[in-house]
Design a protein around this ligand. Structure first.
Ligand code: BTN
Length: 148
């Protein structure tokens, strides 16, 4: 039989216990951000790709807000518990596109939180206006729980 020193035994037990206890942050589901925008992310496939929908609470235009599609990908090392990801929202009601990038964290209370940064590109008529066509910001998303 393989002999194990007490130290190695304790180390193995600690590693196994950590493996079981570490909560994974999962992108799939419904989320709300600090602006009150809602998004739904579908299943993340084996390649890390996902699709979903985004209902923004605000707009830089005067157009009527409509739910818009999003497409994204999670980093391929998705067995890690706090994955990085990115997604693009192709706005249905404006000529703009927003790209988000971020990381899915489990905070100290065990709550999942998406810390993101975004770039919102608006269309301008003239190349001379390019300098003012991109906005940057951050959004923090928390999970929306339905009837728990
Ligand atoms: C537009 O105004 O042309 C489209 C809507 C943009 C909404 C932006 S995207 C970044 C920020 N986060 C949100 O949830 N909404 C705004």
């Amino acid at each position: 039989m393989v002999k194990m020193t007490p130290f190695l035994l304790v180390l193995c037990l600690a590693l196994v216990a950590h493996g079981f206890s570490a909560k994974k942050c999962v992108l799939t589901g419904r989320w709300v951000n600090d602006l009150g925008s809602n998004m739904t992310i579908g299943t993340v496939n084996r390649q890390g790709e996902f699709a979903g929908s985004y209902h923004t609470a605000v707009t830089s235009t005067t157009n009527k807000i409509r739910v818009s599609p999003l497409q994204g990908s999670q980093h391929r090392t998705n067995q890690k518990s706090q994955p990085t990801f990115g997604f693009t929202v192709n706005w249905s009601f404006s000529d703009s596109v927003t790209v988000f990038t971020g990381q899915c964290f489990v905070d100290e209370t065990g709550k999942e939180v998406l810390k993101t940064m975004w770039l919102l590109r608006s269309r301008v008529d003239d190349i001379k206006d390019d300098w003012k066509a991109t906005m940057v910001g951050i959004n923090i998303f928390t999970r929306l729980h339905s009837q728990e």
